[in-house]
Design a protein around this ligand. Structure first.
Ligand SMILES: Cc1cc2nc3c(=O)[nH]c(=O)nc-3n(C[C@H](O)[C@H](O)[C@H](O)COP(=O)(O)OP(=O)(O)OC[C@H]3O[C@@H](n4cnc5c(N)ncnc54)[C@H](O)[C@@H]3O)c2cc1C
Length: 438
């Protein structure tokens, strides 16, 4: 027997997009069904460990684009905020100016509600602060990074590179907390619920279909919000009937990321909170911050570049790292046969090279030995821009189908090249208000 569920609104995916919409609507008294393909791993002993990261991210964190770019795609309650660095940034001005998406009120409200601010100076890390000061000495105006992090929430604040595996000390806000609040307000959360397609009748959304704990199910509602992330959402649309849905996933952005490492005696950033300082080069389109891979991931990721880079592992505790997040051009895409492609354009390569040179100068200024400096392989932690505003959704995030919305990183019309979560929460709050106004 196929299971059938009924609700007023269905939200697919419990990352920051889905969690926000579900929480706001449930608190306003709407009947909400939240469908998440992953599980809630927070209570498990392995949460926040290397084993955990293998278990709750797609293909054990070994998901690659055709071009070899490593994508980290956490799939669990809370989505990618389970493994994020807890950085916050307001949306770029161009989102409103160029695309008419104004979420200023919702973002300000979130900053206040979650008390988003930089870590206090004494918790920003001595070596990380040293890197920022070296950058400042060269004329780059690095500033303390806004954080979704409250040290006072932790019994023992214990944040380091390892907190990207999942936050065990609880200082870092996670979208799963919004899910908890949605459930407390009456939202029906189903985990193990893989949505495969949306159902449309006469141009109106009527529900979704998929597998619930392995068995086929259907859920009916007159409003559906897809928040399955930059890879999950286009895949659902591609499997559904809709004249424009085959365009979903054509082209994507990733905020292509590398780290530039350099060694210095007695001073590494690995045991310090990640990304406590940052700087944005708006003209060139990239962001720099302090970051290093967690200890055990360091040799694995660098082995992709070559054995000699993996063999720098013993220097991990004496390594300074500067992360580059590039505002990459829309290219490649997520395709129906499972293929993901993210080629760099010549324009991307040129700017990445220029950013690497800046990082090299900063590391040398900070005292790193020039012969130890190298750049890690490419990776992507922000799969996005696959169902872009202005292409497949309007500025209110509605698709061509009445009642079918997208609210996640897929809707970014261009690469953000900055932390995404605050923008996604802002989009979620605004969409919930729009849905409530009907
Ligand atoms: C290592 C790492 C560090 C990061 N650091 C930061 C940071 O410091 N600051 C910041 O702002 N951003 C950061 N990000 C990026 C940020 O976490 C993501 O961009 C953001 O979480 C995307 O939100 P989303 O709602 O689009 O989707 P996601 O968070 O990806 O959530 C989508 C959810 O949908 C579920 N899903 C997928 N397909 C289906 C389906 N078919 N049916 C049902 N459920 C489905 C998934 O399991 C997942 O839980 C980081 C990301 C990573 C991986």
């Amino acid at each position: 027997m196929q299971q059938t569920l009924q609700s007023e609104v269905i939200v697919v995916g419990s990352g920051p997009g889905g969690a926000t919409v579900a929480r706001e609507l449930a608190r306003a008294g709407k009947r909400v069904l939240l469908l998440e393909r992953g599980q809630d791993h927070r209570p498990r002993s392995y949460y926040g460990t290397y084993l955990g990261a293998l278990l709750y991210s797609d293909r054990g964190s070994l998901l690659f684009t055709e071009e070899g770019l490593n994508i980290i795609r956490p799939m669990m309650v809370g989505g990618a905020t389970s493994m994020y660095c807890g950085c916050a940034a307001p949306p770029p001005a161009w989102l409103k100016e160029k695309f008419g998406v104004n979420i200023e009120t919702e973002v300000s409200e979130t900053i206040e509600e979650l008390e988003i601010e930089p870590l206090p100076a004494e918790l920003r890390g001595e070596a990380s602060t040293h890197v920022a000061q070296a950058a400042q000495a060269l004329g780059y105006n690095w500033e303390p990074q806004l954080k979704f992090m409250k040290p006072a929430r932790a019994q023992k604040f214990d944040c380091g590179a390892k907190c990207m595996l999942g936050c065990r000390c609880r200082a870092k806000w996670n979208a799963a907390e919004y899910v908890d609040q949605a459930v407390a307000a009456g939202c029906d959360l189903r985990t193990g619920a893989l949505v495969e397609r949306v159902k449309i009748e006469d141009g109106h959304i009527v529900g979704v279909e998929g597998r619930l704990n392995g068995k086929p199910f259907t859920a009916h509602a007159s409003k559906v919000v897809l928040s399955a992330g930059g890879i999950g959402t286009p895949r659902i649309l591609q499997s559904s009937d809709g004249s424009m849905f085959q365009q979903a996933g054509q082209g994507m952005t990733m905020d292509i990321t590398v780290m530039v490492y350099g060694t210095i005696a007695g001073r590494g950033i690995g045991k310090e909170p990640p990304m406590t300082w940052s700087w944005e080069n708006r003209e060139e389109g990239y962001m720099l911050s302090t970051l290093i891979d967690p200890w055990l991931l360091y040799p694995l990721i660098n082995a992709l570049k070559g054995p000699k880079y993996a063999l720098t592992w013993p220097r991990w505790k004496n390594t300074l790292g500067v992360m580059i997040k590039l505002k990459d051009d829309v290219s490649g895409g997520v395709f129906p046969n499972g293929r993901i492609s993210k080629p760099m354009t010549d324009h991307d390569r040129l700017r990445m090279r220029a950013a690497e040179e800046v990082c090299r100068r900063i590391l040398i200024e900070a005292g790193a030995r020039p012969e130890t400096i190298f750049t890690t392989p490419l990776r992507g932690t922000h799969p996005s821009g696959t169902v872009r505003v202005g292409t497949l959704v309007d500025e209110n995030l509605q698709t061509e189908t009445q009642g079918l919305y997208v609210c996640d990183a897929s809707v970014f019309p261009e690469a953000l090249a900055r932390p995404t979560v605050l923008t996604i929460i802002g989009l979620g709050k605004r969409l919930a208000k729009n849905i409530m106004s009907f």
